[in-house]
Write a protein that binds this ligand. Structure first.
Ligand code: NAD
Length: 351
């Protein structure tokens, strides 16, 4: 299959690109190379004859049309987005332009191409989204997000993703474009840009800086190892039923405090510090405005219809991730001097 992956130089998109090439697909990676992109994330496939990179912006409709015409994909995996909640609070405009208008451009370019190709039955447009569109859950463990949970986005990021999800469904209902959607919980793993909670904690710890946790650390997230997400995305894109959405989750609910304590224990074992235990560095910082209390995914549909389940436990995934950051300083060190990332370690506003 020929896949057009948007956002393939980012954290999740690059995991999709690496896995798709390893599985024998041909991949065209469309990415604008914004601050969170890094071509080093796809260096392992860069010389493969099954891989091509095209620098383009999904806000540029003509550029997107030209890529469809030149590369003629069987499947689109649309991941390109502005992805960081705190940035959306500070400066929402890019989130509206890329996540909403950019997705609109992708849908229109895909529709024009699909019509020109004679409404090819096997064509799919897979829109990759987040569980944050469903809002916030109370602590009751019986309550989880299903595919039928009403949308209730609460940040500019989640509202922009919710808007794009609605557009994608409308293109299915109105024009018959064969779309599939997925809404996933928080990802973690190698190549995660160091503004998000887990890399911020690991890099702050390795730099001997405070480990910042929002509020009292009681917010709950459902964590999924990024390579398990990439596996689920390829399954949904190739086997999902058009018009349907699939919730993807790790069944790994943890409070932020539990998560950070686990990372500290792994670091104590793998990379002990002379000055004491890593947990001594934990500091609580002022909470994010409108911070959602809990996200939890009910993955019954993807499990029963497509036979997918995560393969990596959160303890194993965190150990692999910590080890990766310890062993790949050449990947993250240059990032610390860019985009103010280094100054924000220890005081960052992680998500
Ligand atoms: P990321 O920020 O690491 O990567 C986003 C990529 O999109 C970057 O490579 C960037 O250059 C590219 N991009 C941004 N604007 C663009 C534009 N206008 N044109 C072309 N490319 C552009 O984000 P991520 O964490 O890998 O998230 C990827 C997708 O998965 C997003 O759609 C996000 O909403 C979704 N998602 C993320 C998570 C998570 O935990 N990170 C969970 C669920 C869903």
């Amino acid at each position: 299959m020929k896949l057009l992956v948007t956002g393939g130089a980012g954290f999740i998109g690059s995991a999709v690109v690496r896995l798709a090439v390893a599985r024998g697909h041909t991949v065209v990676n469309l990415d604008a190379l914004t601050y969170s992109a890094n071509l080093a994330n796809v260096a392992s496939v860069a010389d493969s004859p099954s891989y091509a990179f095209v620098q383009a912006d999904i806000r540029d409709r003509a550029a997107v049309d030209a890529i469809f015409a030149a590369h003629r994909p069987d499947i689109v995996l649309h991941l390109a987005a502005e992805s960081h909640v705190d940035r959306s609070i500070d400066a929402p405009s890019d989130f509206i332009d890329t996540n909403i208008t950019g997705t609109f451009n992708m849908l229109e370019a895909a529709r024009k191409y699909w019509v020109a190709e004679g409404l090819r039955e096997c064509f799919r447009f897979h829109h990759v989204s987040t569980d944050e569109v469903f809002g916030s859950l109370p602590a009751d463990p019986d309550l989880q997000f299903t595919e039928n949970t009403p949308y209730d986005p609460r940040s500019p990021y989640s509202a922009s993703k919710a808007a794009s999800d609605h557009l994608v469904r409308a293109w299915y209902e109105t024009y018959g474009l064969p779309v599939v959607l997925s809404n996933c919980s928080n990802n973690y793993g190698p190549y995660h840009f160091p503004e998000k909670l887990i890399p911020v904690i690991i890099l702050s710890a390795l730099s001997g800086k405070p480990l910042p946790i929002y509020g009292d650390g009681s917010n709950i997230r459902d964590w999924l190892y990024v390579e398990d997400h990439a596996d689920a995305l390829l399954l949904v894109a190739t086997k999902g039923t058009p018009g349907r959405s699939y919730n993807i989750g790790g069944e790994n609910e943890r409070t932020n405090l539990q998560l950070v304590q686990t990372i500290c224990a792994i670091l104590d074992r793998l990379h002990p510090r002379a000055a004491g235990r890593y947990a001594d560095l934990i500091t609580f910082v002022a909470d994010r405005p409108g911070h959602d209390a809990r996200y939890a995914i009910d993955p019954t549909r993807i499990r029963t219809e497509l036979g997918w389940r995560p393969s990596v436990s959160v303890e194993e995934g965190l150990e692999r991730t910590v080890l990766w950051y310890v062993e790949n300083r050449d990947w993250w060190r240059p990032l610390l001097t860019r985009h103010g990332v280094g100054q924000r370690l220890g005081t960052a506003k992680p998500t």
